[in-house]
Design a protein around this ligand. Structure first.
Ligand code: ATP
Ligand code: MG
Length: 284
């Protein structure tokens, strides 16, 4: 369903961040991507959904837009790219919702990729669309919060709203960048419990910092180090594998402790908005 082939990405300062990344993902899989901070996990997800262009390699997606034919995301631009991207859900690191809008409005606008008509919002959607958005909100257990402004939600609630937005979009591929990184153990579990069953309808690629979570929820793990895939296999990672992914495997979060979750932290990545679509998807 998704083929990532020989992706390389160079940073503006000339550093080769991603050297040669290849893997295939099928519907039904929940792939957990692991790697040290700064290794390029977020950049890789952005290459996959076309928010940024790889310098080398291909990202090919199959089975969208009804015709089932393969589409090279990295060769698409403008309208064509937007059409494909609508089938790729993205939950951003630190979940980005429009603060002044309600949960329902966030789900409707984000899900349909319509951001510009924010003001006339609820008038611009059919009853069916609103029902379906409410259904997605219900699925993640926050139906009672549908009309609350996003800025009043807790971190866990926001993350669920971000999942609802992705569900409403009916993607065939969901990219989740550290969807649980700033959540407590209870909310972490809740969010992952909502994510996991979605693999019946799509493939999910998630970035995680806790190997324990990957082994508990993912069907497969991919480890990235120095711009390459150093592990691709079952999600139960041995100490040796953790050593290969992290410079000090035994200190990796969750490697030796039963219930360890990464501490809250803020990752500030200075993105030059590389295209208008990217900017539209990252409004805050
Ligand atoms: N547009 C950009 N311009 C310059 N440097 C960038 C840009 N985007 C990313 N980088 C750099 O590329 C490296 C990888 O960034 P990325 O956000 O992909 O890391 P990550 O693996 O997701 O890390 P974390 O686990 O902390 O989220 C970092 O050093 C980051 O500063
Ligand atoms: Mg990141």
């Amino acid at each position: 369903m998704l083929s990532v082939r020989n992706i390389a990405k160079r940073l503006p300062d000339g550093r080769l961040l991603l050297k040669n990344i290849s893997f295939e993902v099928e519907k039904g899989e929940f792939v957990g991507i692991l790697g040290e901070s700064g290794v390029g996990k977020t950049v890789l997800l952005r290459c996959i959904n076309g928010l940024t262009q790889p310098d080398h390699g291909e990202v090919i997606i199959n089975g969208i837009n009804g015709d089932g034919g393969p589409q090279k995301i990295n060769e698409k631009r403008g309208q064509e790219l937007r059409k494909i991207r609508r089938k790729i859900g993205m939950i951003f690191q630190g979940s980005i919702l429009v603060k002044r809008l309600s949960v329902l409005e966030n789900v409707l606008t984000g899900g349909l990729g319509r951001i510009s008509t924010v003001r006339s919002l609820l008038y611009g959607f059919t009853d069916e669309e609103v029902d379906s958005a409410l259904g997605a909100i219900d699925k993640v257990g926050i139906r009672s919060l549908a009309y609350r402004r996003a800025e009043t939600l807790s971190g866990g609630e926001m993350q669920r709203a971000a999942i609802a937005r992705a569900i409403f979009q009916e993607p065939c591929l969901l990219l989740a960048d550290e969807p649980v990184s700033n959540l407590d153990p209870k909310n972490t579990e809740a969010v992952l419990d909502y994510l996991k069953p979605l693999t019946q309808e799509m493939a999910i690629i998630g970035v995680f910092h806790a190997p324990k979570i990957v082994s508990q929820y993912c069907t497969r793990a991919i480890g990235i180090r120095d711009g390459n895939v150093v592990y691709d296999g079952n999600p139960f990672l041995s100490d040796n594998t953790l050593e290969a992914i992290y410079s000090t495997g035994k200190h990796a979060p969750g490697a030796t402790v039963d219930k360890t979750f990464p501490s809250p932290r803020e990752t500030v990545t200075e993105w030059k908005q590389e295209d208008k679509d990217g900017a539209a998807m990252q409004i805050s």
